[in-house]
Design a protein around this ligand. Structure first.
Ligand code: SF4
Length: 266
């Protein structure tokens, strides 16, 4: 694992994502190293030669840069923390950049949304409770520990993520479950809805995107751990497949009375 200290020039960037106006990424790279990760395209812009998941750049001046950005020009909208990195990946324990960034955002009462795979987010509950507009999502793609370990090798277990959602929700913080990417024949939507019940305010979901440089890694993992699914994944799932998944999500959302805020398809 390679950890580099870097200085950033800007932090708050305009977002093209439907759920956010800005993105904040306190790190470049992500040590969670998910096999399906779409953010690996970031390697192109940073000159890293290491494998995705094996490097991280720590933007140690991120809080000062953000403070300057918010002070110089008032901005409106919602900032998503962690669009191409995980703001609560393991290095955050030591560097606390995300926590310092949150302190600045709280000072300006800037609306935020967090998406993470780590229960470390509960460390910052004291700050999160102070925001008037804030939600926190944890990604759950499967409830099976071993399967999760294969796809998300260095992220906390599904059970730790569920526990984090429960703690945040019980503390009065708005929470959501992010079911994404949905892994065909692996992600059991019903069992995830059951597990998320009474822990989240809404759900978001996303289809699996295999066109972003991740196919080789997905294929290698399937060969090793799920060989019977290999040819199914090679068929690349047509539109009708994802239409059916969308229908199932809608039905489950009604049955469990948990709003489905979005299903992103690639
Ligand atoms: S946690 Fe998110 S950013 Fe990090 S490797 Fe996994 S999918 Fe990519």
């Amino acid at each position: 694992m390679k950890i580099n200290i870097i200085q950033c020039k800007n932090l708050l960037t305009k977002s093209r994502l439907p759920e956010a106006d800005y993105c904040i990424n306190p790190y470049i790279g992500c040590l969670h190293g998910c096999v399906y990760c779409y953010s690996r395209f970031m390697k192109r812009f940073t000159g890293h030669i290491e494998k995705w998941g094996e490097f991280v750049d720590v933007k140690t001046n991120a809080p000062e840069v953000l403070e300057k950005e918010l002070r110089s020009k008032p901005k409106k909208g919602v900032a998503l923390l962690g669009s191409v990195t995980d703001a609560y990946q393991p290095v955050e324990k030591k560097y606390k950049i995300t926590r310092a960034v949150l302190e600045i955002l709280l000072k300006y009462n800037f609306p935020i949304s967090i998406l993470t795979k780590s229960d470390l987010v509960t460390r910052d509950m004291d700050l999160l409770k102070g925001f008037s507009d804030c939600d926190v999502g944890l990604t759950v793609t499967t409830l099976d520990r071993q399967t999760a370990k294969g796809f998300e090798p260095r992220s906390p277990s599904p059970q730790q993520k569920l526990k984090a959602l429960e703690i945040l929700h019980n503390a009065g913080i708005k929470t959501y479950g992010f079911i994404g990417p949905i892994l065909p024949s692996i992600t059991n939507l019903r069992s995830i809805f059951v597990a998320l019940e009474a822990k989240v305010d809404f759900i978001m979901a996303e289809s699996l995107n295999m066109k972003c440089g991740n196919w080789q890694d997905i294929q290698d993992l399937l060969k090793r751990k799920h060989p019977s699914l290999l040819s199914f994944y090679q068929s690349r799932f047509n539109r009708r497949y994802w239409d059916r998944v969308g229908e199932e999500l809608k039905q489950l959302s009604e049955e469990f009375n948990i709003p489905l805020k979005g299903f992103y398809r690639h």
